[in-house]
Design a binder for this molecule. Structure first.
Ligand code: CAO
Length: 437
């Protein structure tokens, strides 16, 4: 079966997490993704959080499946020539360098356009134009500056970052959508364009309901927030709402059987108005269906602590999976808190390819998250990440059409080697040394 992006070639200049997430998705849809890496080092994540010595880390392998790797010193004149040749042969250049890096490398947008006017140049930066545009940004910086941290956590506690990498992987998704949209537009215009996605924008986009609440605040308290029912006044910015649900239907995380020893024996429980009567029956409080203090949502708001405590008495008699089974039969919205251990062992996620086992020549077998987007005519096969520079010669010959002589010349130029240190070694001065003026 063919792949949706078969025939699309990506010059993948990405590193760490945000950019590689994007290009990995494109590779899963069938694009030929050529990852350009710095000789000797490669993507810095190859060596970060290594669980096995001298083997590409899971951090790297889980973000770079289905790609080819070429090493190239793009500051070396021959390296620039090879990069230019690659730009001519590719449909999309994807990068998430720090601000200004591509320009400093000698490839501003105008130059790239003159090399290949059809090339789509897709970039992730921490911020869009504005006061912070020159800043380097990592995941948690994006979560903090995009409105996620200020609205995550408990009202009387610190702002919190989330475990989900919404700044990196979330923005990678946005960029991937921008790229395929630009590819579609190019079929009509014949021209490339710039596609940019900032991590701050990406997080704010995901925190949209909190910007909604910020404006609602001007018209009165946010009645679905627990603090309203507890009589605690609101300030001038959206507060942290603990585990309250963002959809206007009160929800909480409740203990289940085994919570004393299992940190994940909990369930998310939503007291959705439409199923309130069923909830009353399940927890053994049929009288609440008609009692004026409990029957209608507004009456319940000031009693949420009492109501959830009563529901929790019931959930504590069931495991999270038993509770899920019982509640789902009545369409009562709920979700067990699943640990990473449970997710990696989940056979249904294995069956759908959401959790995949991959074999790697140096590290052996490991699990990864497969393509979260399933297409009936473009199935995803997850193949291992490339070793550093594994495909350098193959790309020089097959993609760029260089002859043996030209390939030898490129090797001799040093463009495929780590930059040589030209400066003489610096004299080490002990920290306690005094200097003569
Ligand atoms: N050959 C030669 N030089 C290369 C090269 C190659 N193949 N690949 C990269 N380089 C050089 C760049 O030219 C740059 O050199 P200069 O600074 O001299 O111009 C240098 O490597 C550093 O690039 P960088 O600024 O992108 O890398 P960094 O480690 O200093 O910063 C990061 C990393 C992620 C903070 C920064 O790239 C960034 O802000 N990116 C945008 C936001 C983003 O994607 N963040 C997600 C990070 S994951 O949490």
């Amino acid at each position: 079966m063919t792949k949706a992006l078969k025939g699309v070639r990506i010059l993948d200049f990405t590193h760490v997490q945000s950019g590689p997430t994007c290009t990995q998705l494109l590779a899963w849809f069938g694009a030929d993704v050529i990852k350009v890496e710095r000789p000797g080092v490669g993507d810095i994540t190859r060596g970060q959080l290594q669980d096995k010595p001298n083997v590409d880390s899971l951090y790297f392998t889980m973000l770079n499946h289905n790609k080819r790797s070429i090493t190239l010193d793009t500051k070396n004149p021959k390296g620039k020539e090879v990069l230019t040749a690659l730009m001519k042969k590719c449909d999309v250049l994807v990068e998430n360098f720090g601000p200004g890096v591509l320009d400093r490398m000698g490839f501003p947008w105008e130059k790239i356009q003159s090399i290949n006017p059809k090339l789509i140049v897709a970039s992730i930066k921490g911020f869009g134009p504005g006061p912070y545009e020159d800043c380097k940004v990592y995941e948690n910086v994006a979560q903090c500056t995009g409105g996620s941290a200020s609205t995550t956590g408990f009202r009387d506690g610190l702002p919190l970052v989330t475990g989900a990498q919404i700044g990196d992987s979330g923005t990678g998704l946005n960029l991937a959508l921008g790229i395929v949209t630009a590819l579609y537009q190019r079929t009509m215009t014949g021209k490339g364009q710039k596609v940019t996605a900032s991590m701050q924008d990406g997080v704010l986009n995901l925190a949209r309901v909190k910007l909604r609440d910020q404006q609602r605040l001007a018209h009165g308290p946010l009645t679905e927030y627990s603090q309203y029912g507890e009589g605690i006044p609101f300030g001038d910015a959206v507060p942290r709402a603990g585990n309250d649900s963002g959809g206007g239907q009160p929800g909480r995380i409740l203990k289940c059987k085994g919570w004393e020893t299992d940190p994940n024996a909990y369930i998310y429980f939503i007291t959705q108005a439409a199923v309130w009567e069923k909830i009353c029956d399940v927890i053994g409080e049929p009288g609440w269906k008609t009692h004026p203090d409990y029957a209608k949502p507004p009456a319940r708001l000031s009693r949420l602590n009492e109501i959830f405590a009563r529901i929790e008495q019931w959930t504590m008699t069931k495991t999270k999976f038993e509770a899920m089974d019982i509640l789902n039969k009545d369409d009562i919205p709920c979700g067990p808190i699943l640990s990473m251990k449970e997710l990696i062992e989940d056979q249904s996620l294995r069956a759908t390819g959401t959790v995949v086992e991959v074999d790697h020549p140096e590290r052996g077998k490991y699990f990864s998250v497969g393509n979260p987007i399933k297409m009936s005519d473009s199935p995803t096969e997850v193949t291992r990440s490339p070793l550093l520079g594994e495909h350098t010669d193959e790309i020089l010959r097959q993609v760029l059409g260089f002859t043996d002589h030209q390939v030898a010349e490129i090797h001799d130029s040093g463009a495929l080697d780590p930059p040589r240190k030209l400066d003489p070694p610096r004299k080490v001065v002990p920290a306690y040394a005094t200097f003569e003026i």
